[in-house]
Write a protein of this length. Structure first.
Lengths: 165, 165
DNA sequence: TATTGTTATACTCTATAACTATA
DNA sequence: TATAGTTATAGAGTATAACAATA
């Protein structure tokens, strides 16, 4: 299965366009992310806000430090993200009387509502991106992607877009 | 196949982590892009330089305008990218005596050399990302991604990371 | 001293708009 | 007037490092 001599490395077409699986992954993945960002625009939140909101919704009372660690970003960035979400009235910082150094983060009623809308958006996005595939193909694709994600050591549910340089 | 009532929309696990195919695509795609950027670092070029170099290599003499149009970016951005690549000695601007308004862009000898190394890097990257998959699975994944790319109207070989807001 | 969070700062990326040279 | 390219500028995103409050 190893052609003795082919044009170049096999990752480009004769016309010079990239054609490898890795490029396709990056291309389609960036498109999916951009489309989701578009959908989110209507809600007034940015892609980076989504992970934060989701973690606070799942584990209310988390500190900024713990979010920074799980997302792989510097604490000062969490300050900016939390400032934004608090300014929009989606979350609130509650002082912990036991240890007044840290905040316990909680969703507000508005924040809970936005989370619900985000889930609806997520389902619509899923449908849009997978539109050309039948049920079997979707399952196949998911399995292949999960295999790569595990092999590459990606943390389930955490987007690498957060990761520090 | 429509469960009458499930936990949420189906795009999140009970623990609140996203699990949809679209999220996986975005996650794995971003990881692939980041790894490629890492590999490129050793060559001293950025991901955004790659498409430009490739287009100039494939069609020498192209103008900055034509690159801007194909990549979907504003001409002033091409100026910055071309400035960078010219500064590194990888490409050169040649005046066209027939129409002195535009430049014909060409790779230098160094640029050609870097293109060769980029192809090698591309093959290594491909191998790294697909490491957990056998030949059949790689072909399956490629086919599924190509189906989505076509359905979503993506231009073959052009990364959406360039696209204008 | 150690920890949580904040501020000040700087750097990169990228778009908009005004401008120059040429046609 | 129209086109190719450039410059000036501004805004978003994100890291580093110094700092304040609390433990």
């Amino acid at each position: 299965m190893t052609p003795s001599r082919q044009s170049g490395s096999g990752v480009e077409t004769p016309a010079g366009r990239p054609r490898g699986t890795a490029f396709l992954l990056s291309q389609v993945g960036a498109h999916a992310a951009a489309r989701f960002a578009d959908l989110l625009g209507g809600l007034g939140v940015a892609p980076a806000d989504v992970g934060l909101l989701r973690m606070i919704a799942t584990q209310p009372g988390r500190s900024q430090q713990s979010l920074a660690e799980e997302l792989g970003v510097v604490p000062s960035r969490v300050v900016a993200l939390v400032d934004g979400l608090e300014g929009k009235g989606l979350i609130e910082r509650r002082r912990n009387p036991r240890d007044r150094r840290n905040y316990a983060l909680h969703l507000t009623a508005d924040g809970t509502h936005v989370m619900t809308e985000m889930r609806t958006l997520g389902a619509a996005h899923e449908e849009e991106i997978c539109a050309g595939l039948d049920h079997t193909q979707r399952a196949q694709l998911t399995a292949l992607l999960e295999t790569i994600a595990a092999r590459q050591g990606l943390t389930p549910g955490v987007h690498p877009g957060y990761r520090q340089h």
